[in-house]
Design a protein around this ligand. Structure first.
Ligand SMILES: Cc1ncc(COP(=O)(O)O)c(C=O)c1O
Length: 471
């Protein structure tokens, strides 16, 4: 007799697909409450008690418990009223196709196993590489997030140093203290020391980098790479990519750009000049689960010369040899400038520290193919315009102070006379009232409010509602 878990159950399928359909149709998406204890119906431990049992449960009961008690304890990342951290704004097409990826167990580890999925993912990577003006032949893979991408890229930076004549016993990577926390973590994992370069007005510049590398600062001679940020998480600032890139080129050190949040704005012709110099990168990351309107979890990691990454990341094991052997009729891929990554045999596993992977680039691929790139450009430009509108509104509000004009879509501001605890109390009430999710940050040592706009439906009217609660 077959194990019933593997037999299609029409009733359960209707139940779960019905829930998905309802969630997808919600307009607007409710913000909901997350872990704020005051909003929890009872302890989540009590809600879940006894649920994992030897005999299982009726799926209707489990789904009801999820939708009524658990889903409400998750703040909707895709609500236009979520302006905290870096939220999400997946298109409906991308969410629908994420269900296809799940229903089909679509994986994308190797060309041998998953050529169709890999070719489609690579089509998106080629599109992103072109936005950054990288040469044909640039490529990489989708990983789970900016943190995984930074780690994978910096591993290649470290291990490629010797090839570039920069062999050192104590490799270091230059960055400022404005680099995302995941960069520090990645360096720690890799046993690489950060070489801290002072930021000028919170940005890394080529001039200051050159001065630091030419100085007698300890470790200057051991620097094998540099990380610039294209869209800092706290303030949305873009480093001097052209300056930093040309120093890196001249010195033969690896140039990595962390555009996990900001590089979505490569799509905007008006914002594109901010990223001048990105064409010099050895590697860059952009997270489609941030500002390219894809569901979690999806980060694009792209190398100028994927062969360098392949040399570092390929896993050797007897049972894996077969994925690296040429298939009948194949050409060698990842070998440099000539290969078109859309249709060459390509193993995504060879371009990051992972092995098995979900074909997480496909929801973006489907949505881009359906809507077209102009729709994406327009959505990004709407967000940029709303951020400018929010800044103008804040500047015109007497009890508020705009910290600085937004470069991208993060708006920092202060309420006169407020302490950190005032911001925290206000933030909790704003969520409790379901007006918005806005968490405080600090800027130059002082507390501040921070709006991260990412959803095209986060209008200036929503921002007005938020700031009126600070009066
Ligand atoms: C600039 C930057 N880099 C890296 C990350 C880490 O990305 P993830 O959370 O997807 O790992 C973030 C997250 O906000 C980010 O803003």
């Amino acid at each position: 007799m077959r194990n019933p878990m593997f037999v299609f159950d029409e009733k359960m399928a209707d139940l779960v697909l019905g829930y998905c359909r309802e969630r997808l149709a919600l307009d607007p998406v409710p913000l909901d409450y997350g872990g704020y204890a005051a909003s929890l119906p009872s302890s989540l431990r009590d809600v879940l008690a006894g649920l994992i049992s030897a005999d299982g449960n009726d799926p209707a009961r489990v789904l009801e418990l999820f939708s009524d008690r658990l889903a409400t304890a998750v703040i909707s990342a895709d609500s236009p009223r979520n302006l905290s951290f870096i939220p999400a704004a997946p298109t409906k097409a991308s969410l629908l196709f994420d269900m296809v990826v799940s229903s089909g167990s679509l994986h994308g580890t190797s060309w041998l196993e998953a050529a169709g999925a890999v070719a489609a993912e690579n089509q998106v990577l080629a599109f992103l590489a072109e936005l950054a003006d990288l040469p044909r032949g640039a490529g990489g893979c989708f990983v789970s997030g900016g943190s995984a991408a930074n780690l994978s890229a910096l591993m290649v930076a470290r291990d490629t140093a010797a090839l570039r004549g920069n062999a050192t016993l104590r490799p270091r990577v230059a960055c400022t203290d404005e680099a995302h926390s995941s960069v520090g973590k990645a360096l720690h994992v890799l046993g690489v020391e950060p070489f801290l370069v002072p930021a000028v007005d919170h940005r890394l510049s080529g001039e200051v980098l050159e001065a630091a590398l030419s100085s007698d600062q300890p470790g200057a001679a051991d620097v094998v790479g540099v990380v610039a940020t294209a869209g800092t998480t706290n303030a949305g600032l873009v480093d001097d990519l052209a300056g930093v890139g040309s120093v890196a080129r001249r010195r033969g050190i690896w140039f990595h750009v962390d555009g996990a949040y900001g590089c979505g704005a490569l799509l905007s012709p008006a914002a594109r000049p901010l990223f001048d110099g990105i064409e010099l990168v050895d590697s860059f990351v952009v997270d489609p689960h941030k500002w390219l309107f894809a569901p979690y979890d999806c980060a694009a990691l792209i190398y100028r010369q994927p062969a360098l990454a392949k040399a570092v990341h390929t896993q050797d094991a007897a049972y894996l040899d077969v994925i690296h052997e040429a298939l009948p009729g194949s050409v060698d891929a990842g070998s440099g400038e000539e290969t078109d990554i859309s249709d060459a045999p390509w193993n995504p596993t060879d371009y990051a520290y992972h092995l098995s992977r979900r074909a997480r680039g496909l929801p973006l691929w489907f949505s881009l193919a359906v809507h077209g790139t102009d729709a994406y450009r327009d959505a990004v430009e709407t967000v940029l315009a709303n951020a400018r509108g929010a800044a103008a509104l804040i500047s015109a509000t007497p009890y508020l102070e705009l910290v600085r004009q937004p470069t991208l879509s993060i708006v920092l501001f202060r309420r006169s006379g407020w302490s950190r605890s005032d911001y925290e109390t206000w933030s909790a009430k704003l969520l409790a009232d379901q007006v918005a999710f806005v968490t405080p940050t600090s800027w130059e040592g002082e507390p501040a409010a921070r709006l991260a706009l990412l959803h095209p439906d986060t209008t200036v009217d929503i921002v007005r509602e938020i700031v009126e609660t600070m009066a």
